[in-house]
Design a protein around this ligand. Sequence first.
Ligand SMILES: [Zn+2]
Length: 382
Amino acid sequence: MKKCIKCGLPETYETLEFEENQICNICSQSEYASEKINWSARKSSLDNLIEKYRGKYEYDCIIPFSGGKDSTWTLYYLVKEYKIKPLVVQFDHGFMRPNLLKNNERTFNKLGVEVLKFKPNWKIVRRVMLESLLRKGDFCWHCHTGIFAFPMQIALKFNTPLVFWGEPSAEYTAYYDYRDDEIELVNEEKFNSYINLGITADDMSGMISDIEFDPRDLAPFQYPLERDLKKLGYHSVCLGSYIKWDTKKQSKIIMNELGWQGDQVEGMPDEKYNYEKIECWMQGVRDYLKYLKRGYSRVSQMTALDIRNNRISKEEAIDLVNKWEGARPHSLDIFLEYVRMTESEFNDLAMKLAVHPNSPDLNNNKKCIKPKDFSDWYRESN
Ligand SMILES: [Zn+2]
């Protein structure tokens, strides 16, 4: 596969294009973000934005919160820097790990914030995971649509127009490009362009008609009407559009200040990247499926980011990728139980979904290290 000569991301990476000298667009836009964006002007516009909404609604803002490093940093930063009163909204995707739940409690208590937690119907979740896997090769539809749509419903219910997300998408992809030098809006257009994989809650309702359910069961995954959000005067943005995003530095700060703890994630070098994607015990399956389809997983993504920030050498990155990527996760057994599929059906599907020129090697015999909390993960079988 052709790879970016700077960061090593392959041609099968979503939104990646090669620009001059075989350097990718994500590298170029990240260079732009460091050198050309006027971050102090952006910070002043954040000051103004917060003052515009402060004290005028039920809450100063909504903060959608997974408990990962980015949303924890967002909550920490806004509360510490601006002393705002947020409503923290947490959509439970069903796979929240024990260490994450402890982190969350600690963070909420230390910061003194109000929290609304929502868990959708598991029977629906299980069925829609299978459906989105079969149709799109991605089983995370319920999580991504729920995490994006539900907090917007809450913004309407609590009459709170300002919504702060964390990391801007330009850190990893080029759906939005730093070089446009605009504030990325987190709106229905973004939701429909890649969050929901082209499947609305209404579409999904027709697709799973083989099971019995109440149509309202899919309401949490429905993006609110644009006219209702406009009437509210909503403003939904990423904190990372206003302050320069640095996940490594931010993770250190929340560890020191909030006692936030990293975790072992299947397929990841846990000493080096223990702060990345600790939210979900299905992360190993998501990354493994990506590896089968596209020939890379999260290790490539993390080392690419570190190369761009001059934190590791290209050689070290290549060693990490070779050592860790492509190992079979233990969570795959649990996942197959959830969706009632055999491993050979799963592998056949992955083969069909493989993105040219990647051709997956299903017999590499690499296995992930079993995470310490594995036995606590919910099993469908008992
Ligand atoms: Zn690159």
